[in-house]
Design a protein around this ligand. Structure first.
Ligand SMILES: [Zn+2]
Length: 203
């Protein structure tokens, strides 16, 4: 986006973070779901959006945290979007799938299970591939699968959790979308679970 759209403070912030205006996605006037998908699909790092409640900063991370109040959020995102794995996880009990990115596959599997992501505890990794820009592949795959998206609020330790985004479709459909998104991307360590037939959910 153009320099003139940003304030001096914002330009300074970008410079300190090793970013340029080319790393900014203009999400102004868009719904949160729209810019969250948009910033990933565009492969941008930060979003120009609604001002943060504490200081009125406008630059946000891909997940919506104020990038300027807490730069640790941006550091986390950098790690998340550098090298990592794109994955498809599935739950037999809920008949749902999830597409996401992670740095450590086994750790993510445990986190999904023990933190009962979406209120579900039988998550299993069905497909994983190591990629350079996981966030971009994830955003691309999720936009292909958007009509299957389901959002659930769930309880964790008696507290309402943020809505979990999952997919109500069968494994082969999710896999086809992820593989399409992997075209032209350098992917290594591609692994598929042996028993995916149990995740071909038929409604
Ligand atoms: Zn802020």
């Amino acid at each position: 986006m153009g320099k003139e759209m940003l304030t001096r403070d914002e330009l300074d912030f970008l410079k300190i973070q090793g970013l340029t205006t080319a790393d900014v996605y203009d999400g102004r006037g868009q719904s949160s779901a729209t810019w969250k998908a948009g910033v990933r699909a565009a492969g941008k790092t930060v979003v120009l959006g609604t001002p943060c409640s504490s200081k009125g900063h406008r630059l946000r991370t891909r997940s919506g945290h104020c990038a300027q109040c807490d730069t640790a959020k941006l550091s986390y995102q950098k790690r998340h979007n550098s090298e990592g794995y794109i994955y498809i996880a599935g739950s037999k009990s809920a008949k749902l799938l999830k597409v996401g990115t992670c740095v450590d596959i086994e750790q993510r599997r445990k986190n999904l299970r023990y933190q009962t992501y979406g209120g579900i505890s039988d998550w299993e990794m069905l497909f994983t591939a190591k990629v350079d820009a996981g966030g971009k592949v994830e955003g691309d795959a999720l936009s292909r699968l958007s009509k299957f998206k389901v959002v659930r609020m769930y309880d964790k330790d008696g507290k309402k959790q943020e809505a979990a985004e999952m997919l109500k479709t069968c494994f082969s459909v999710a896999l086809a979308a992820v593989q399409e998104s992997l075209k032209g991307v350098k992917a290594t360590e591609i692994r598929k679970a042996l028993k995916t037939v149990d995740y071909e959910f038929r409604s």
